[in-house]
Design a protein around this ligand. Structure first.
Ligand SMILES: Nc1ncnc2c1ncn2[C@@H]1O[C@H](COP(=O)(O)OP(=O)(O)OP(=O)(O)O)[C@@H](O)[C@H]1O
Ligand SMILES: [Mg+2]
Length: 544
């Protein structure tokens, strides 16, 4: 701390200095010349500040704040007299000089955002006229941190919106699939068993009459199979795909997506599949299907419906391998993407579609999903002609080029009549299962896990149990956990049936216990075979 006399002296000097500056200002002198107050103001300014003398040829610094040392490594005190070309890269200096002259020669206030050496700046320039001289003053603020924070907030907002969209789509799909699958299961089983039982039920019906009856039933069955495929495809999107990646056939995901949008596509374009045999990739089927769904919808939306009614346009889906990568592309002969739009299409919320038609999230979701599988996504497009989106994913190690589809189940000989307990709270499902199994096995069907527990506790023996997972009171999982304690052998012989919806907890339980799970609606023949197999192996197990 200075001694009192020194402090007094300092105050007096300060006072003299201020008075002198004020007098110079009052006298109308140019305060930018000499050691003016203004000069000190600029020198110490915490934001970048400058005053320049500007001619059409050159823009030269008169005063600048010291902190320019942070921006360009030269403090304000060493900038006086320097031109823009002395201080900045040539191209940038050209631009500054041009802007400076525009402002100083009467262009008014200029507000601009600029990037230099990876940082963002916002600058305000304004003219000062002192006699004949054209001067210019301004401020520059470093907004890099603010920009980054804004970008982070935007990214966060986008990722929240993305997961929201995925979650609500998944929930909707799951709900619809579940509601459809239960009634569909007994519709199919009854129609199929009617075909089988027709000669016994209506022996008097022969010839053309019988044929007509059977044809109508077949139509019901094929319609129901179509609903089944749609429900399965919907289910792919609802699946609570965990973080764990599993081997997935790319073609299957594409087929699920194609089925979902077939109606959208068929009035717009011919859909061409060009699938070469490829190894599987590590992914989750639902998310991969989501990628193709988004790409296919974009293609459909790029083609005007009505014109050519689907004849002249083409949407082509290709799958092939290149080096160690599995590649797929969706291309269309739609509107194409204008060049000025191309750099932005992967940005979250960027859309060229009107309100209610696009949220601009489709492609950003695709990119997130694909990069989550260590893959890449890209595109090429000719405005007005065509667009091609491609993805590349690493092929699974040691996979043969072509992966055959799993073999269908073979029937098990010889047939053994078993005791089968069916637990389902839907009466329609109970009677459908009973109907398809009753000739081969002894069936006991109950509507709740509690009734099943009473039977087991009462000493009823069963070879296998077919149990619904989602029941209104006790769930299939809770019942199974109880059975594991009571009779672990029988617990291993439980086959779960499901309408497609289950929680993460249920999924974890099922993968832990490893019991077979069959999705409703089931194919009558395959269902019988599975039950036969299980009964046979239950008997083998108890004999050995
Ligand atoms: N196949 C395509 N043909 C022409 N333009 C396309 C195509 N695919 C994407 N685009 C352009 O890219 C933009 C962004 O696509 P994106 O799928 O991310 O969002 P969106 O389709 O607009 O909305 P959302 O998918 O959320 O419903 C689209 O608005 C469109 O301009
Ligand atoms: Mg889209």
């Amino acid at each position: 701390m200075p001694d009192p006399p020194d402090a007094l002296e300092a105050l007096r000097r300060e006072n003299d200095f201020l008075r002198e500056q004020l007098e110079r200002l009052r006298a109308g002198e140019d305060p930018t010349e000499g050691q003016g107050l203004l000069q000190l103001f600029v020198k110490h300014s915490p934001i970048y500040a400058f005053i320049k003398h500007v001619t059409p040829e050159v823009s030269r610094v008169l005063v600048a704040s010291e902190n320019y040392a942070d921006m360009i490594g030269v403090p304000g005190s060493q900038m006086a007299g320097k031109t823009m070309h002395d201080l900045f890269p040539a191209e940038f200096a050209d631009k500054i000089s041009l802007d400076d002259w525009e402002v100083a020669s009467g262009g008014g206030i200029l507000h601009l955002d600029e990037d230099l050496n990876g940082r963002h700046y916002t600058t305000i320039k304004f003219p000062i006229t002192v006699g004949e001289k054209r001067l210019l003053a301004g401020y520059t603020i470093d907004i890099t941190d603010r920009r980054r924070a804004e970008e982070e907030r935007r990214d966060l907002q986008a990722s929240l919106a993305q997961s929201d969209r995925l979650a609500s789509m998944g929930m909707l799909a799951a709900g619809v699939a579940h509601e459809i699958n239960n009634p569909l299961a007994y519709l199919l089983v009854n129609a199929e068993s009617l075909v089988e039982d027709l000669p016994t039920l209506l022996p008097e019906l022969t010839g053309a009459g019988a044929q007509d009856f059977s044809n109508r039933l077949q139509e019901i069955i094929s319609g129901a199979h179509r609903i089944q495929r749609i429900a399965r495809d919907l289910n792919t999107f609802s699946r609570q795909d965990g973080l764990e990646l599993v081997p997935v056939r790319l073609q299957d995901s594409i087929e699920h997506a194609l089925n979902m949008v077939s109606n959208e596509l068929k009035y717009r374009a011919r859909v061409i599949r060009d699938f070469q045999p490829v190894p599987r990739v590590m992914a989750t089927e639902g998310k991969l299907a989501q990628v193709f769904l988004n790409l296919l919808i974009n293609s459909a939306q790029a083609i005007n419906v009505g014109k050519g009614t689907g004849k002249e346009h083409e949407i082509r889906v290709r799958v092939w391998t290149e080096n160690d990568q599995v590649c797929a592309e969706v291309s269309d002969t739609g509107s194409g993407i204008p060049e000025d739009v191309q750099p932005r299409i992967f940005e979250p919320f960027f859309t060229t579609k009107g309100i209610g038609f696009g949220t601009g999230l489709g492609l950003s979701i695709c990119r997130n999903i694909v990069s989550g599988f260590s893959g890449e996504i890209g595109f090429s497009s000719c405005a007005g002609q065509c667009t091609r989106f491609w993805i590349r994913l690493p092929a699974m190690h040691g996979e043969p080029l072509s992966v055959p589809t799993p073999p269908r189940l073979h029937s098990v000989e010889p047939h053994v009549r078993g005791r089968v307990l069916v637990i389902d709270d839907e009466p329609g499902i109970r009677s459908a299962i009973t109907r398809i199994l009753v000739r081969r096995h002894e069936i006991t069907a109950v509507g709740s896990a509690e009734e099943a527990m009473a039977l087991i506790m009462g000493g009823h023996g069963f070879d296998i149990i077919i149990c619904d997972l989602m029941m209104s009171k006790m769930t299939g999982v809770e019942f199974h956990a109880w059975l594991v304690d009571q009779d672990p052998d029988l617990a291993r012989r439980v086959i779960f049936i499901t309408g497609g919806v289950f929680t993460q907890g249920t999924a974890e339980y099922l993968s832990l216990v490893g019991n077979l799970r069959i999705e409703k609606p089931f194919n009558t023949e395959e269902f019988r075979k599975i039950v036969d197999e299980h009964v046979l192996s239950a008997r083998d197990g108890s004999e050995s």
